[in-house]
Ligand binder design. Sequence first.
Ligand code: UDP
Length: 259
Amino acid sequence: MSRRRQIYEGKAKILYEGPEPGTIIQYFKDDATAFNAEKKGTINGKGVINNRVSEHIFTLLQQIGIPSHFIRRLNMREQLVKQVEIVPIEVIVRNYAAGSLTKRLGIEEGTQLPHTLIEYCYKDDALGDPLIAEEHIACFGWASQEEMQDISAMAIRINDFMAGMFGGIGIKLVDFKLEFGRLFDGDFSRIILADEISPDGCRLWDIETNEKLDKDRFRRDLGGEAEAYQEVARRLGLFPEGNVSEVADLDSERKKRGK
Ligand code: UDP
């Protein structure tokens, strides 16, 4: 990895300069954080699984006309993406009540929402990513009204697609987070989907049992987080080359040995 210039290290990913101008390499780590990085740990093989899950979902989304930064997966932990200017907003899409929504409004976890709810948070770790209204976004110029129209329209289409995709493999899409970026072409820019879509940023429950198959297992010390991520990958039909836990574990071992 040392052959490339590191641009940024985040909680779950490292960004390296890509081979051509305008490209970036996203490296997926096994590190996991929760509660604004107050809780830290690792989930064995998570980076390998998230790289694959995100590749799968971004590829399918491109096929239904959702533009994204994803170019191609390079190896077990890396993917090549287009360089964008990240819009400093986390877009949260909710179908059932969970997490901060239940705490904020006292709604029981698992309650089906009358319709899909979109919330926005300002991306600022020091402030703990506070919930904001569209008025704040306009007031402080974090995104234009036109950009927000593109973002909300894409978020709804992505939700419809993903709810169907996960529904088909016995998984309830409770909520998830999206990030968008500006892709520049001369003086103009357009909004495209960026970051990743994986069990790190989604709440995924088994339809029959409501068992959590996502990062809540880590957040709430439920145990079995590596197995939950593997189960999502398995149901999506990823890792056709072999057993997902063996592939992910092998890669984690290789990483620990520094190879
Ligand atoms: N989420 C995320 N990153 C964040 C905040 C939220 O990926 O910084 C995801 C989270 O995994 C969940 C959804 O967005 O699927 C809604 O999260 P919520 O607002 O309930 O906050 P949380 O309970 O995760 O703190």
